[in-house]
Design a protein. Sequence first.
Length: 102
Amino acid sequence: MANQQDEHRVESKPMNTEDRNIFPPQAGGGVYEIHVKGHLNSQWSDWLEGLQVKLLDNGEMILIGSIVDQAALMGVLNKLNRLNLAILSVNNVNRDINMETK
């Protein structure tokens, strides 16, 4: 009986970053623009999955960049939540992500 179970067992291993990048954009990835109340400087970019930080004069900021999938997007949103930053909007955008950061 144990042999039959072993025959049907599928080994699972965690996906590395390279494997996640093989999925097409329709799998939840793409370029996202996240509008947040509050400011962080550009040094936070690496911690926020490499998103570019654009500070606005009204005390808000826009994070923009490529996010590989919905799990990575949720990771960024959870990080912002842990910093007590209010998320004003999240938009999937199709445009060039070259932005001038302050």
